[in-house]
Design a protein around this ligand. Structure first.
Ligand code: SF4
Length: 455
């Protein structure tokens, strides 16, 4: 049966069940890759004549696209599902679906199916193309569906994203991760690394330009290993060359880069193509070599510093952002001080800092961890203070300079929000056009943002 006919049948079954074109509400938790998956889900469901809805209460189909990176993210999801119990008993025809990384974990899928019997479908986002047929199956079978186990990790192309506006478009280039950092569940829930063929990426990139996007971010858990396993002989630097050579005025960004796979060739390409933002998100996690070994990160703090120096030599004006985990099991004051030294040395444009979160099934979960939470929270606060100092010095040094900015939103008569190369946001006075680039003179800064004018 053709996909089209199949979709028509599923669409009429849904319409018969709800008595109208179904309204869909998708709540996305976690990272940009989840946002991109949700855009694909919405594209799929619009193919079934469903309509996007901006709140759960008004929806017929509610989808939670979940995250498993930290315990807090999971608690939030269970809280949200708990709050829908009353709505589901008022409107039993409503379909509640839970997918994403969280449900890939056996113990979580079991808890969902046993403790939340009003959840209709537990599904696997690595196979989100199955969502239409799962909805049809749920209507036929009239019992909750457990489809969390993934059996087909192959790359599914042809899922057109339905982007919900905003200034940035996400284009995934690969899925999964082979790095197995000792604290991380991603390899357990997103599977092994698999790259998309470059022709599909280029087509989606051009389509995003066609939709008017001027800031496009390539996504992957580790974009630096793009191309592995493809018949095509291409690596990440090669893909960047192809995309940055395309017609049009746009900013090309990417995340996330694993330092152990960042190459001289990557920085040479970043330095050679002006459309590539001179900014890289390079998670270091810790400045202590002992902790980096326990994390199975496979680089040293010295190696990381050398990498940033090489990047600075090859990419004029490059800026860095990073992730730091505080309170990894066994982290001593000495380890932590090594992290502070590295932060002061690199002077990041921005830092994403988290207190270590134990993830079931990861090697780190078995490591003894006797550092009190209070101590970890104090260390986190110390990093935030140092980073605020560095950010203030960096941004004050920008005052008086003129930078390229993408005008992303109108805030008032002559006031706009802009985004700079390093992803920093800036309030801009003057006459601008949303979605277009402008030259911005930096006038001042506060803790929250920069202020400038369009020149
Ligand atoms: S590189 Fe490490 S931290 Fe990043 S997704 Fe892979 S396993 Fe997780």
């Amino acid at each position: 049966m053709s996909q089209e006919r199949n979709n028509r049948e599923i669409s009429s079954a849904l319409r018969a069940h709800f008595g109208r074109a179904p309204r869909v509400f998708i709540r996305t938790f976690g990272c940009q890759q989840n946002v991109s998956d949700s855009e694909r889900m919405l594209g799929l469901l619009e193919g079934l004549d469903c309509e996007a809805c901006c709140e759960a209460e008004g929806a017929d189909i509610i989808i939670f696209n979940t995250c498993a990176v930290r315990e807090h993210a999971e608690d939030r999801v269970f809280g949200n599902i708990g709050r829908l119990k009353a709505l589901k008993s008022e409107r039993p025809e409503l379909l509640l679906c839970v997918g994403g990384c969280m449900v890939q974990q056996e113990h979580i899928a079991k808890k969902l199916l046993e403790s939340y019997p009003y959840v209709d479908i537990v599904f696997n986002t690595n196979e989100l193309g199955r969502l239409p047929s799962l909805l049809a199956e749920r209507l036929e079978k009239n019992t909750p569906l457990d489809a969390h186990g993934c059996c087909d990790w192959s790359m599914r192309e042809g899922l057109k994203p339905r982007r919900e506006g905003g200034f940035r478009a996400f284009v995934p280039i690969m899925y999964g991760c082979d790095n197995f950092c000792s604290y991380c569940v991603v390899p357990l829930v997103r599977g092994r690394e698999r790259s998309r063929n470059s022709e599909h990426i280029i087509a989606e990139f051009k389509a995003a330009l066609g939709e008017g996007y001027r800031d496009i971010m390539l996504l992957g858990q580790n974009v630096n290993s793009y191309g592995k396993g493809l018949d095509e002989d291409i690596n990440f630097a090669g893909l960047l060359r192809k995309l940055a050579s395309l017609e049009g005025d746009f900013t090309l960004r990417f995340m996330t880069s694993h330092p152990k796979d960042a190459t001289r060739e990557l920085f040479e390409v970043m330095g050679a193509f002006p459309k590539i933002a001179p900014h890289i998100h390079l998670p270091v996690q810790s400045g202590s070599d002992r902790i980096l070994r326990l994390m199975n990160r496979r680089y040293s703090s010295e190696g990381y510093l050398r990498l940033t120096e090489e990047a600075r030599a090859l990419v004029p004006g490059i800026t860095f952002s990073s992730d730091i985990i505080v309170g990894f099991p066994g982290e001593t004051r000495e380890d932590f001080d090594a992290t502070l030294r590295l932060i002061r040395e690199v002077r990041f444009a921005s830092l994403f800092t988290f207190i270590y979160s134990k993830r079931e099934g990861t090697p780190a979960a078995k490591m003894p961890d006797d550092t009190a939470h209070k101590t970890k929270a104090r260390r986190l606060a110390e990093i935030l203070d140092i980073q605020e100092e560095i950010a203030a010095e960096r941004e004050n040094a920008l005052v008086g300079s003129v930078q390229r900015a993408l005008v992303v939103e109108r805030l008032g008569e002559v006031l706009y929000e802009g985004r700079l190369w390093d992803n920093n946001s800036i309030a801009l006075e003057g006459s601008g056009a949303v979605g277009e680039f402008a030259q911005a003179e930096i006038l001042s800064r506060t803790k929250k943002r920069l202020f400038g004018r369009i020149v």
